[in-house]
Design a protein around this ligand. Structure first.
Ligand SMILES: Cc1cn([C@H]2C[C@H](O)[C@@H](COP(=O)(O)OP(=O)(O)OP(=O)(O)O)O2)c(=O)[nH]c1=O
Length: 203
């Protein structure tokens, strides 16, 4: 579907992000970033997710050729002024799910795209609103006890068994899963980092 003008590097270990990029037909390599993922005091969810995306891309870009385009992203769940990342254990997964149960929360994915050679360093974030159904504690506990919530922001996977929790999504669903594909593709096209197969690309 798309072809890249330069080597693409996804600064991520997330299989969801890899899959979302792969379905576009793009060739890329994945290099997970090792960074400190703790929030600064007073940092809001969008600021945190965008900073994390920048730090992931920045950490990986340092070891890449300047011509490469490095993409970083970070997804968090926000509710009641709290920022929920990945749960530490099954008990915390249940606590997160109980907080989200029967309510609407915001999923925010921050992203960062950089190409050292061009001095390009662009960041942004996308918000989606997710409405949960209302479930008895025993249902939430059964889901929290499975492996699925453990590596997901907010302790659920909309693309997995956790889809039963979601009554409605307002906004990008790929953004909920880890990468705002619409915004990202638009940015990469505008910057001539990718083009449609058969289209023109300044290499
Ligand atoms: C809400 C939600 C999150 N997620 C995932 C997307 C992200 O992979 C994860 C949030 O953790 P992140 O810290 O954003 O990403 P990661 O640790 O998986 O990967 P990396 O830092 O190497 O890029 O939650 C889903 O897969 N489905 C969902 O419905």
């Amino acid at each position: 579907m798309f072809v890249a003008a330069c080597p693409l590097v996804l600064a991520s270990a997330s299989p969801r992000r890899q899959e979302l990029l792969r379905v576009l037909g793009l060739d890329f390599v994945c290099i997970p970033a090792e960074i400190d993922e703790s929030a600064w005091p007073g940092e809001d969810a969008a600021g945190f997710a965008t900073r994390m995306a920048r730090e992931k891309a920045g950490a990986v870009a340092r070891a890449q050729p300047a011509a490469a385009c490095v993409i970083g992203a970070d997804t968090v769940v926000a509710i009641d002024g709290r920022v929920l990342g990945k749960p530490q254990n099954h008990a915390e997964a249940l606590a997160f799910l109980s907080l989200l149960n029967g309510r609407t929360h915001t999923v925010i994915t921050g992203y960062n795209v950089r190409v050292g050679q061009r001095g390009l360093n662009l960041s942004g974030h996308v918000c989606s609103r997710v409405q949960f159904g209302n479930f008895p504690e025993e249902v939430l506990a059964a889901y929290a006890a499975t492996p699925e919530p453990m590596d997901k922001a907010g302790a659920y996977a909309m693309q997995g068994a956790g889809c039963f929790l979601v009554r409605a999504v307002d906004g990008s669903s790929s953004n909920v899963i880890g990468l705002p594909v619409g915004e990202l593709v638009q940015l990469l096209l505008q910057q001539q980092i990718i083009a449609p197969v058969g289209g023109s690309l300044c290499r």
